[in-house]
Design a protein. Structure first.
Length: 330
């Protein structure tokens, strides 16, 4: 089956062995037992993985080239516009020496970035409604023009067919258990050694996990510089608030529930220029002037006491990996 796996905006059971202590920083990304079906309310402007296909089984003796792919987000629509802000999307490409076929693999949000980052406030529903979901997409071909025009298409290593097949098993595990897109990295300050409270879980992190898995399988990567985009919020130590039931349920905290709904209300899609600027002022007032941000992470709500510089988009180097004894579940 193609890696086109949808999920509902509420969470499936958490794997029993993956509980984490409340004060462990960064908060570990939580993996789940399965992907439930998506809710029909959640719709995407652009279809997720429209040409997705199954990952093929390669012959053991095959030699497969692995390519680093990177291009500005929405390059197909806006060209290099977001590239000037270093807002980049990452993928990985493969080329089989035996068949000559090439393939692209990437991980991205099913219902676009806005739905993964902010919820819908639906009439008659107390709790914010999240269409937050992400998954891997694998398809035949590499769109050279897309990746080369404003981005990167460069050979980083070669692997055997056996290594590719083992990587494919890991991708299945990773894709079935890591199901929520997390936009924000949250840390204490711009200092590189500052505490990270929460780590993001998006396209670049999937590529980094894939590279590490290949390194653990024996791949030797070239010595080239590799940079990735992160969107960072700056906050004092986060305060745990609770989950949907404890906040919005029958015995919940009505004052806190109202505050969370009020915080998210300006992030809704806008119908007019006037509404946009009114809501933009509300966002600035709450996040910058009042130092408030409510984060939804691992199906739980946290309060972030925001501090300067509040938000940054950074494009920093993350070196290609070397092999280790660590493995990601397979």
């Amino acid at each position: 089956l193609p890696l086109l796996l949808l999920l509902a905006p509420w969470g499936p059971p958490v794997s029993g062995g993956l509980r984490w202590p409340r004060r462990r920083w960064p908060v570990p990304y939580r993996r789940f037992d399965y992907r439930p079906k998506s809710d029909p309310y959640c719709q995407a402007r652009y279809t997720f993985c429209p040409t997705g296909s199954a990952i093929p089984v390669m012959k053991e003796e095959d030699v497969i080239e692995v390519y680093r792919l990177q291009a500005p987000v929405w390059e197909f629509k806006y060209g290099d516009l977001l590239g000037h802000l270093k807002i980049m999307h990452d993928a990985v490409g493969f080329k089989s020496s035996l068949t000559g076929k090439n393939y692209t693999m990437e991980w991205y949000e099913l219902f676009q970035l806005g739905n993964c980052t902010f919820p819908h406030l639906r009439p008659g529903m107390d709790a914010p409604f999240w269409c937050n979901q992400g998954a891997a997409c694998f398809y035949e071909g590499i769109d050279d023009a897309h990746w080369k025009a404003n981005g990167t298409l460069v050979l980083v290593t070669t692997i055997s067919g056996t290594m590719f097949n083992k990587m494919a098993q890991w991708v299945k595990y990773d894709n079935e258990t890591g199901i929520y897109y997390e936009t924000w990295t949250v840390q204490a300050s711009p200092d590189k050694k500052s505490t990270v409270w929460f780590d993001s879980y998006e396209c670049s992190k999937f590529i980094l996990r894939t590279y590490q898995k290949l390194a653990d399988l024996g791949a030797v990567f070239k010595k080239i510089q590799t940079n990735y985009t992160s969107i960072i919020l700056y906050s004092g130590e986060p305060i745990y608030l609770g989950n949907e039931t404890s906040i919005f349920g029958p015995q919940g905290n009505k004052t806190l529930a109202a505050a969370i709904r009020d915080f998210y209300s300006p992030f809704k899609p806008h119908q007019s220029v006037r509404e946009f600027f009114v809501d933009l002022f509300k966002i600035i007032d709450r996040v910058i002037l009042n130092h408030q941000f409510y984060l939804f992470y691992n199906l739980e709500y946290w309060f972030l006491p925001m501090k300067s510089p509040y938000l940054k988009i950074i494009y920093e180097e993350v070196p290609l990996p070397v092999g280790s004894k660590a493995s990601f579940g397979v």
